[in-house]
Design a protein around this ligand. Sequence first.
Ligand code: NPW
Ligand code: ADP
Length: 445
Amino acid sequence: MATLPDGALMQRAATGLATAVADLLGGVYGRRIVLLVGPGDNGGDALYAGGVLARRGASVEAWLLADTWHDDALAALRRAGGRTSAPRPLRAGAVDVVVDGVFGIGARPGLPPRVAEAVIPISSSIPFVAVDVPSGVGVDTGEGGGMHLRADLTVTFGTHKIAHLADPAAQACGVVELVDIGLDLPPAPVESLGEADVAGLLPRPRPDDHKYTRGVVGVRAGSATYPGAGLLAVAGANTGLAGMVRYVGSAAETVKQHHPEVVGPGRVQAWVVGPGTADDAEQHLAEAVADDVPLVVDADALGHVTAPLPQAVLTPHAGELAAMLGVERKAVEAAPLRHATDAAARFGCVVLLKGNHTGIAGERVRITTAGTPWLATAGAGDVLSGLIGALLAAGLAPFDAASVGSWLHGAAGTLASDGGPITATDLARAIPRVVQQIAVRHWGL
Ligand SMILES: NC(=O)C1=CN([C@@H]2O[C@H](COP(=O)(O)OP(=O)(O)OC[C@H]3O[C@@H](n4cnc5c(N)ncnc54)[C@H](OP(=O)(O)O)[C@@H]3O)[C@@H](O)[C@H]2O)[C@@H](O)CC1
Ligand SMILES: Nc1ncnc2c1ncn2[C@@H]1O[C@H](COP(=O)(O)OP(=O)(O)O)[C@@H](O)[C@H]1O
């Protein structure tokens, strides 16, 4: 994506940035602001915004951290009463905010030593506002890129970039504020579903439906070692989004005790295979694949995927994906989107890589930001695989089933949590409530 052209768009960006900084500070007059200024338009945006803030009574100093800078923008800052100064250590409370205008959307990942030396002695308790992206992150990959800055607030223009959505870069962005400056933009390289998108994709029961027309999902999960994983995958599948749930596995008695709606083997429109299946995983996978219906492959079954599975959604966490690709877990965590995309190409199917922000690679790339870290709890992934299976059985294409399922899962986790801890059982129980809220808000029911 091109950097912002000079002139009107830059002025609009600077005004949006200045407004966001003023909102963060709760006022402007008398506030002390440091601008970290790089060589390009990103630094220009920061300098022009600094000018706007200086005119409103802020004390603004610019640290010029490259050999060149945006001349007109620096002149504007000076006219408004701002000044340049040399970098110095900043202890807590020394200034009110630091604005990171070092590098923007055109930059390579990483930071030059001169920038690192200026930034390291700044107290981490001073708020940082990034212009477009925290400097040093991989804008188009979401990768960390070695050393990079971290922001409490990132102000970006026109559209979100991959770094705002994909971890680990997204975690460095803090809150992301999008400012519309009237840019004419190409289609986004990644998507992130919102509630209205999910409402448009979710299967709705029709008056002439019966349970079989709504789809039957079969769950092959659980074992003597992990009966709970079977129960939780069933709990995710048995949330009312498909017409019926079948269970095949060694936890059948326990499953029936907890879920009287669930029936035994028979014909299904989609399978969920893997959670807690331990030594039975390979056979379960072979039997599910032989049925030639869409399927979710999770947990222990992932290690038995050797050939492309065009109708599948694979749902690994970083450790499972690392094992599938023969790389270290750390490598996946440093570049989750790239590894998910590689795996989707290699296995010819949709790959959903679970994490704080979950990435779904298939015909395109979607990223789910709807969850909460309270979802990092045993069995939450088992619930997800069941839920996606239900959506497949209900007729969604694998890419949509994965991304809608992931969004509902995140929203259910957030609703169930309400800021506090949750179990996977709480999560599964919240899924129908999320769907009900969507129905009321978007379907007029
Ligand atoms: N209720 C149920 O029935 C549930 C059943 N479940 C089922 O369990 C099965 C295994 O799935 P999983 O994702 O947990 O394990 P997996 O990918 O093999 O990674 C193992 C890695 O974890 C690590 N490790 C272990 N303990 C650790 C510790 N204390 N602190 C730190 N690390 C620790 C361990 O490292 P190590 O100890 O070897 O150093 C290893 O690297 C699967 O079938 C799943 O469906 C789950 O869904 C949960 C609910
Ligand atoms: N830090 C986090 N923030 C948000 N969601 C998380 C976080 N950690 C895990 N999750 C979500 O919780 C689920 C955990 O799944 P998984 O790792 O398979 O656990 P399990 O095997 O115990 O079910 C995934 O959906 C994942 O996206």
